[in-house]
Design a protein around this ligand. Structure first.
Ligand code: CAA
Length: 512
């Protein structure tokens, strides 16, 4: 340890801490939202146009929060080749609680057994959809702290978002994201601007521990989301003014090359971008109002807190910000519209969607705004900066290459009829917390490499197996090919698999 400490001192404190690699997992089954409209007997367009949703991913009884996170973490570790022995912190963010004591993190530790690494800080964090952001902040803080020992941190966030049948059900989804965090990152968390808004509200919560379903006040939840956005943007802008160069303009949407939001449903995200445009409009001194705001003068006297459901303001600023939405936000909604609300990973699914549609040139040096919202409530606005290293072997280039198969994976899903989806939800309701229990869901439909539940014993202990990485199943074959191909993109050099990644200090110093 003393030699390690001196090595740390020589190297100084870590720079450019943030996300080095990222992986997403979503279920191999989905239901079409247009078909769901017919099945639910609502007017055509309510889910697809009104909410902006295309398909919704869902899990059979074969998957739970542990299996989702096992799958995402396995994917990240295999594709990044970071090495289980090089992880010093593992954080989990989730609101899908299946055990009031045993953490998901402790279940994930089985993946570390072969490496012998048990010296791993971090545990689960829960507050609705915010847990993943709390976990990411913890991970970044650890790497930047005096407690850092030179290894990577990993953040895993996952959830199964299911609602009782009714208005909220089409806003469900499921998935998990795993992120490798460390210095010299591809996407660096900007310092000094991170802004939060926390308050006590009952907008969406899960008081019934025997059910997977939340208690939701839909309208209040939207108001809380938008007011949190206003608050975070205002505080972020104030902090930005303190760190910006004197010559650069004050905070406005133009400072962000991309603006990502937690996405309960895509229409709310478009309204949120418009909300920031409305904030910018109100923040612009009257004498500096440009042509851009022609025709909007009537809204100068409006107050933010009176306009959460003001249709005129909403419409005017959605129209005003259409171009900004198309440029800065729409690309990030690919997973949100195709999979639905993943709760904690929703914002990070947005990041994966953006990465998959970016080039090194477009992402390098760009500022990505990230708004995280968890009901109850907890919200943070932070920003990531794309690394300036844009070489073909740079971490940023590898990050982008790692998501090249995203569209292909989405297309490889099996579309399930709404009545079968409804039966699956019923089965989950009836078997939730049942012990002993042997799941009945078909494992053959799972994507290669998916972890799944084999049984729950009479002591409620849950056992998992992993679906083969190669499979003869036709539906998932495309993913299998893409997964193998992409995995090899990240394998730079068999003798030194870490050479493509920023080197963890501990592994270097222990090699010396
Ligand atoms: N064609 C086109 N649009 C249509 C339509 C049609 N045939 N029928 C209805 N619409 C539109 C409506 O006009 C409405 O759009 P606007 O709000 O822009 O006017 C939209 O479709 C939805 O219709 P309703 O408002 O009537 O929908 P609803 O009240 O039945 O349910 C909901 C909507 C409240 C969001 C509900 O789905 C819900 O409770 N969802 C869960 C809660 C949620 O997601 N809250 C978001 C903030 S909280 C959060 O972010 C945390 C989290 O992840 C849960």
């Amino acid at each position: 340890m003393p030699s390690f400490r001196s090595s740390m001192t020589e190297r100084g404190w870590p720079q450019d801490v943030g996300i080095i690699a990222i992986e997403v997992y979503f279920p191999s089954q989905c239901v079409d939202q247009q078909q769901l409209e017919s099945f639910d007997g609502v007017s055509q367009g309510k889910y697809t146009i009104g909410l902006g949703q295309t398909k919704m991913g869902f899990c059979s009884d074969r998957e739970d929060i542990n299996s989702l996170c096992l799958t995402a973490l396995s994917r990240l570790m295999e594709k990044s080749q970071a090495g289980y022995e090089n992880i010093g912190r593992l954080e989990v963010g989730t609101e899908t609680i299946i055990d009031k004591s045993k953490s998901v993190k402790s279940v994930l530790m089985q993946l570390f057994e072969e490496s012998g690494n048990t010296d791993i800080e971090g545990i689960d964090t829960t507050n609705a959809c915010y847990g993943g952001t709390a976990a990411l902040i913890n991970a970044v803080n650890w790497v930047e702290s005096s407690a850092w020992d030179g290894r990577y941190a990993v953040v895993v966030c996952g959830d199964i978002a299911v609602y009782a049948s009714g208005a909220a059900r089409p806003t469900g989804g499921a998935g998990a994201v795993a992120m490798l965090v460390g210095p010299h990152a591809s996407l660096v968390m900007e310092r000094g601007v991170r802004s939060s808004h926390m308050a006590h509200v009952y907008d969406f919560y899960k008081p019934d521990l025997s059910s997977e379903y939340p208690t939701v006040d839909g309208k209040l939840s939207i108001q809380c989301y938008l007011s949190s956005l206003d608050n975070c943007y205002s505080t972020y802008s104030r902090k930005f003014a303190c760190i910006k160069e004197a010559s650069s303009p004050p905070m406005s949407l133009s400072q962000f090359d991309a603006m990502l939001f937690h996405s309960p449903f895509c229409k709310l995200v478009q309204k949120s971008l418009a909300r920031l445009a409305f904030n910018d409009f109100l923040n612009t001194p009257k004498e500096e109002l440009t042509q851009k705001y022609t025709g909007l003068e009537a809204y100068r006297e409006k107050k933010l807190e009176d306009t959460y459901f003001d249709r005129d303001v909403e419409k005017a600023f959605m129209t005003n910000s259409t171009e900004q939405f198309n440029q800065k936000t729409k690309p990030s909604l690919l997973l949100a519209t195709q999979v639905g609300n993943m709760y904690t990973p929703s914002l990070y699914g947005g990041l994966v969607s953006l990465i998959a549609q970016s080039t090194v040139e477009s992402l390098s040096g760009s500022r990505v705004g990230m708004f995280s919202y968890g009901s109850g409530l907890a919200a943070t606005l932070f920003s990531l900066k794309g690394s300036l290293d844009r070489g073909p072997d740079s971490a940023l280039a590898k990050l982008i290459a790692s998501q090249a198969d995203l569209q292909c994976r989405l297309k490889a899903r099996t579309e399930i009829q709404p009545d079968v989806f409804a039966q699956t939800m019923k089965l989950r309701e009836e078997t939730h917390h049942k012990a002993p229990y042997i799941p009945v869901g078909d494992t053959k439909v799972l994507f290669p490499g998916t972890w799944y539940l084999t049984h729950v014993d009479d002591l409620h202990r849950r056992l998992y197996e992993r679906h083969s990485l190669s499979t003869s199943n036709v539906a998932t074959k495309a993913v299998d090919v893409a997964y193998t191909k992409e995995a090899s993109i990240s394998l730079p050099n068999a003798s030194n698999p870490l050479s493509s990644l920023p080197q963890p200090v501990l592994s270097n110093s222990s090699q010396q």
